[in-house]
Unconditional design. Structure first.
Length: 246
């Protein structure tokens, strides 16, 4: 099993400013791996960044030292107002009953990583989950979703099917679309709002780093429409070879 986050690991949203990360949280860069059809099939880690025990990550998307904050948000007048509801995932999730599986979905959390598109789409696949290969694909697509929009649960035991993830923050790059994605917060690291209140602790969360999300601090896929690019991250991803996605 993946390690639990250290007790002092946390991410704090600052008012109209960056994310304050403390407790020695590892910071890595990953990219979405696509197949020949352009469908998202897995993750590839491309870099581990050196950080101090405490560091600040850009939230406005304008820093010249991305992913780190350089205080450009001050001169830019960044409005980082948090609009995400403080509601627990399973209280707001839609549920689709499959054969032996339940698929839960909170659409507003979608980070546009597109793992749910393969083989006709996750919503359709779960209805055919009595087939072992289809069930395995449902579980794979759901657990690859970085935002935790999708959670598959065993229909009998009711237990969420979750991947083992290193407590860390991953900077998502999306070479297929030519954009940089959100911060993928992995392994149950607590996230606190600027007012000090805690968001629900989850294994998978994506935080906006382009500054355009309407569901701040969480990603809503706006980086795709805005064409957000972390120039360093895109340069690192350019020319990367094939991978099996696992």
């Amino acid at each position: 099993m993946a390690d639990r986050p250290a007790p002092d690991m946390r991410i704090t949203v600052t008012e109209n400013g960056p994310y304050l990360v403390s407790g020695g949280v590892p910071l890595v860069r990953i990219e979405i791996v696509t197949d020949e059809a352009g469908e998202s099939v897995g993750w590839r880690e491309t870099e581990r960044l050196e950080t101090a025990d405490e560091y600040m990550l850009c939230r406005c998307g304008l820093s010249s030292t991305k992913p780190f904050c350089d205080f450009t948000h001050v001169s830019a007048g960044f409005d980082g107002t948090e609009r995400a509801a403080h509601v627990r995932y399973f209280e707001s999730a839609a549920c689709i009953d499959g054969s032996g599986l339940k698929l839960h979905d909170v659409r507003v959390l979608c980070a546009e990583a597109r793992f749910c598109d393969r083989a006709g789409g996750l919503w359709n696949l779960v209805e055919r989950a009595d087939d072992p290969e289809t069930r395995a694909l449902v579980e794979e697509e759901a657990t690859l979703c970085p935002s935790g929009r999708y959670v598959a649960c065993d229909a009998d035991a009711g237990d969420p099917i979750e991947p083992d993830l290193e407590p860390s923050i991953a900077l998502i790059e999306d070479p297929h679309l030519g954009v940089s994605g959100p911060l993928f917060v992995r392994g149950g690291i607590p996230v606190f709002a600027a007012d000090g209140s805690a968001y629900e602790i989850r294994n998978r969360v994506t935080l906006c780093r382009c500054g355009a999300s309407g569901n701040k601090p969480f990603c809503d896929g706006s980086h795709v429409g805005s064409g957000f690019v972390d120039a360093v991250g895109r340069a690192d991803s350019a020319g990367a070879g094939d991978a099996d996605g696992r």
